[in-house]
Every structure is written in C-alpha cells, then in structure tokens.
Design a protein around this ligand. Structure first.
Ligand code: HEC
Ligand code: HEC
Length: 234
C-alpha cells in the first residue's frame, strides 16, 4: 500500500495549513496546593526529627519526599528547582550522619524557596508570637524553637524578614552553665550552647545564598545536644 504514507503526508499538510506555524508555549501548569502543603508538612517533620537528633525518622520523611509522585505542575513551573528538591530529598534519605542529613535538608528547603521566588509564589509564613523572655531552660528552648521556625520560613517561603527575625532571636545571650547543670544536662554538652549562639550571629549576617549552610549547622547543633537527652523523643 504505497499510497498510505502519501495520504498521511497530505493529511498532515492539510492539517498544518490551518494550524499556527509553531505550537504555542504550554500555559504554566498550576501547582497542586494540597500537594504543596503535604510537602511542607513532610519537610517540617524531617526538620523536627533532626532537631531531636533522630536521623532515622528524618530519613523516612525524606524518603516520602523523594518518592512522592512527580507533580507535573511543579515540574513545569521550575524543572531545575524541582530536580534539585528531589535530589536533596534523596540525599537526606541516604545520609548516615546528623550533619549530612542537616546539610541535605537545608538544601531541600533552599530549593523550595528558589522555586517559590522564581515562580513569584511566595506564601505567607506563620508568624507566631515570640515566647516569653524567661530564663528557665524550657522557656529558652521554646524561643529557640520559635527562632528555628522563622529561619525555616525564611528559607522555604522565602522571606528576608522571617530569616532575620529568627537568626537575631537565636543569637540572644546563651544560658549559663549553671542553668543547664540545674536541669541535669551533661556538662560536656554545655559548650554547644555557646557554639549555637555564635552560629546564629553569623547566620543573621549571611547573604541569602549561604543561609542554607548556616541553617544546617544550627539544626545539627540542636539535634547534637538533644540526642543525648534521656527522653530523645519530643
Ligand atoms: C518547582 C517549583 C516548586 C517547588 C520545587 C516547590 N514549590 Fe511550593 N509552590 C510552588 C508554587 C508555584 C506555589 C503557588 C501555588 C498557587 O498559588 O497556586 C507553591 C505554593 C506552596 C505553598 C502554599 C500552598 C497554599 O496553600 O497556598 C506551600 C506551603 C509550599 N509551596 C511549600 C513547598 C515546600 C515545603 C517545598 C519544598 C519541599 C516546595 N513548596 C517546593 C512551586 C514550588
Ligand atoms: C546545650 C544543649 C542544647 C542545645 C544546643 C539545644 N537544646 Fe533544646 N533542650 C536541651 C535540653 C537539656 C532540653 C530538655 C529541657 C526539659 O525537658 O526541661 C531541651 C529541650 C528543648 C525543647 C523542648 C522544651 C519543652 O518544653 O520540653 C525544645 C523545643 C528545644 N529544646 C529546642 C531547641 C532548639 C530549636 C535548639 C537549637 C536552635 C536547641 N533546643 C538547642 C538542650 C539543648
């Protein structure tokens, strides 16, 4: 049937004559917001696990992020950031140490932020009130948690203001060794508190591109102390 290809060519030619010369660019696909919120919940759960020093739990949440079906909308919106986000989730899932997992998770958060910025899709970060300025260890820790939440929003949203609020709050004066001793914290761990506040001071001054690295060191320091608590789960 030698005429079949000819007919097909003819049909294609006829079809083409009424179509525009080049296909119009695809309309940017919308991103599934519920899917985005699920990403946020998972990434935040992975972060909380690292804050508690629990690398295994963080890896499980990251595995979900790495395996979660490709959202076509997200891929169209920012293929580069989408791939980077997936690769970072893989890296968290494959990490063997708190430091490596923290670095990869911070890269994940930066990829979220880069896509939101590129797609002009910044969203409102939650702005809870700063917990009271009380010297008790628990109140101090509650402020730390607040600060990390703000810095996280600073990366993911992304938001200059949230990053600055969080880093500045975290840079407040560390507790005295005696406050930790009274709570039964091992004296060997106390220098980490000083390290943490120094890290926060440099994070506050860091340019946007370096914030992920600062965030990684900070959460690894929190987790590095909490993992030695008697009740590791928070
Ligand atoms: C490839 C681009 C891209 C990546 C990567 C991406 N997002 Fe998004 N995200 C968007 C876009 C676009 C919107 C805006 C959707 C809209 O307004 O309809 C959005 C919106 C959101 C929202 C707001 C949803 C709502 O209820 O309005 C949250 C939360 C969010 N993203 C979290 C994340 C987190 C966390 C990550 C990383 C783990 C991430 N996103 C990675 C593109 C991306
Ligand atoms: C020097 C060690 C040390 C460092 C560093 C540290 N913590 Fe803690 N954290 C503790 C101890 C000890 C407790 C347990 C306090 C208690 O149960 O009364 C605790 C408890 C907490 C709690 C639970 C408080 C409660 O009400 O039970 C949170 C939240 C917290 N820390 C957040 C953080 C964050 C966020 C960071 C890092 C920015 C951090 N911590 C850094 C030692 C540390």
């Amino acid at each position: 049937m030698r005429w079949l290809p000819t007919l097909l060519t003819l049909a294609a030619a006829l079809g083409c004559s009424s179509a525009p010369p080049a296909p119009a660019p695809a309309a940017p696909a919308a991103v599934d917001r519920a899917d985005m919120r699920a990403h946020f919940a998972r990434a935040t759960a992975a972060r909380d696990a690292l804050l508690a020093g629990d690398v295994e739990a963080a890896k499980q949440h990251a595995r979900w992020l790495a395996d979660h079906g490709a959202d076509e909308g997200a891929e169209v919106r920012g293929p580069v950031h989408f791939e980077r986000m997936k690769a970072a989730a893989q890296a968290v899932a494959a990490a063997h140490t708190l430091g490596a997992a923290s670095t990869a998770l911070a890269d994940l958060a930066s990829a979220c932020g880069a896509c939101h910025q590129g797609a002009d899709a910044r969203f409102e970060a939650p702005q809870p009130l700063l917990p009271p300025m009380d010297d008790a260890l628990r109140a101090h820790m509650a402020r730390h948690a607040w600060a990390v939440e703000q810095m996280w929003a600073g990366l993911v949203t992304p938001s200059e203001a949230a990053w600055a609020r969080g880093a500045q709050s975290l840079a407040e004066a560390p507790l005295h060794a005696i406050d930790f001793a009274l709570e039964g914290v091992d004296a060997k761990l106390v220098p980490r508190a000083t390290t943490l506040h120094g890290l926060a001071a440099s994070a506050a001054a860091a340019p946007a591109a370096e914030r992920g690295a600062h965030f990684a060191r900070i959460i690894a320091t929190c987790g590095g102390c909490h993992r030695y608590r008697e009740t590791p789960s928070r």
